[in-house]
Design a protein around this ligand. Structure first.
Ligand SMILES: NC(=O)C1=CN([C@@H]2O[C@H](COP(=O)(O)OP(=O)(O)OC[C@H]3O[C@@H](n4cnc5c(N)ncnc54)[C@H](O)[C@@H]3O)[C@@H](O)[C@H]2O)C=CC1
Ligand SMILES: O=C([O-])CC(=O)C(=O)O
Length: 344
């Protein structure tokens, strides 16, 4: 199902047209490609052997549009095309035939704001991108970074549903930064290599809805104080960066790294590699009994996207209490996204 390299179709082509390509290399769109996350994410994807045709899109062409980012990346001596087109009218052409679309489009937080405070601006941005995807590449995997993820993923799902092209296995909220942060903070705490740590993080992607399962780290005998402190730091890690950037935005480079990891995992699995699991915020049965239709657990990835949604792993008493504390909030944020589309 992955597309092979395509011609540049009149968009700004910055790569040689006749490079030898793996037929497995996918066509991947980045929407919001000239932004704080979009540009470094595009740089990382340009280096991936799983990406053969990188398509960059943004609404604005200033200060540097996605056409400019594409021209710049096109001078890198890794295989693969990279093209870009700016403005909402170009988006459909840029995304036509994409196998996967990664979306870091929309506004980021400033100090004092919650992710939910972004809803009023980003909800319609994600909905409009969803409409374009439904027309341009209805079979694509859709990877959503734009906040508030707890609501924008349901918005994307409802939008694609309204266009008759929704496949729940293919729409994923990217929560990998929570896992990456957990691995980093826990590795530092334990003085262990982060390569050997992969903390499952369940729930959603906002404050208390981010629930790292520190009880699942082998060989870590954390004290209650460590569990409380690390769990809080992971759940509110985004705020640390927002405050340090003093009004100039939120995490961009660590997010680009995390999104590149998730995208590559998905493309590997789509290309047939087995045993690839990542946490992702998806339509899920696991918390349906609480009324919550979307949830993040470790998911097994495969040719169709999420092949198997992992159950909620065994929880410690601390984690159970945290789950009970957050599930109502998460359900509200999910329903807010669903209702945004349904009530129009
Ligand atoms: N899921 C996660 O873990 C994380 C999510 N985020 C979220 O990612 C989003 C982007 O963050 P940054 O890159 O820092 O913001 P940014 O403002 O630097 O870049 C956003 C880009 O999106 C573009 N854009 C806006 N509306 C668009 C539309 N309708 N179509 C296409 N492009 C559009 C803008 O022109 C801009 O270039 C924010 O909502 C932020 O909260 C940020 C960090 C982590
Ligand atoms: O904190 C924010 O607004 C950006 C984000 O989602 C994160 O860094 O986890």
């Amino acid at each position: 199902m992955l597309a092979s390299m395509k011609a540049a179709r009149g968009l700004a082509s910055a790569a040689g047209a006749a490079r030898a390509m793996s037929t497995k290399a996918a066509t991947v769109g980045v929407v919001g490609a000239s932004g704080g996350i979009g540009a470094p994410l595009s740089l990382l994807l340009k280096q991936s052997p799983y990406v053969g045709d990188l398509r960059l899109s943004d609404v604005v062409s200033a200060p540097v549009g996605s056409k400019g980012v594409a021209a710049d990346l096109g001078h890198i001596d890794t295989e693969g095309l990279v093209t870009g087109g700016d403005g909402p009218d170009a988006m459909k052409e840029v995304l036509a035939g994409c196998d996967a679309v990664v979306i870091p489009a929309g506004v980021p937080r400033k100090p004092g704001m919650s992710r939910d405070d972004l809803f009023n601006t980003n909800a319609s941005i994600v909905q409009s991108i969803g409409k374009t995807i439904a027309e341009a590449c209805p079979n694509a995997f859709v990877l959503i970074i734009s906040n508030p993820v707890n609501s924008t993923v349901p918005i994307m799902a409802e939008t694609l549903k309204a266009h008759g092209v929704y496949d729940k296995r293919k729409v994923m909220g990217v929560t990998t930064l929570d896992v990456v942060r957990s691995n980093c903070f826990v590795g530092n705490e334990l003085g262990r290599s982060m390569k050997d740590i992969n903390v499952p993080v369940i729930g959603g992607h906002a404050g208390i809805t981010i629930l790292p399962l520190l009880s699942h780290i082998e060989g870590a005998n954390f004290t209650d104080e460590q569990i409380e402190r690390l769990s809080h730091r992971i759940a509110f890690g985004g705020d640390e960066v927002v405050q340090a950037k003093e009004g100039a935005g939120s995490a961009t480079l660590s997010m680009a790294y995390a999104a590149a990891r998730f995208t590559e995992s998905l493309l590997k699995a789509a290309a047939g590699e087995k045993g690839i699991t990542e946490c992702a915020f998806v339509e899920s049965h696991v918390a349906e009994d609480k009324g919550c239709k979307f949830f993040s657990t470790p998911c097994e990835l495969g040719p169709n996207g999420v092949e198997k949604i992992g159950e909620i792993p065994a929880l410690s008493d601390f984690e159970k209490a945290k789950f009970d504390e957050m599930i109502g909030d998460l359900t509200k944020q999910v329903n807010k996204g669903i209702d945004f589309v349904k009530n129009q």
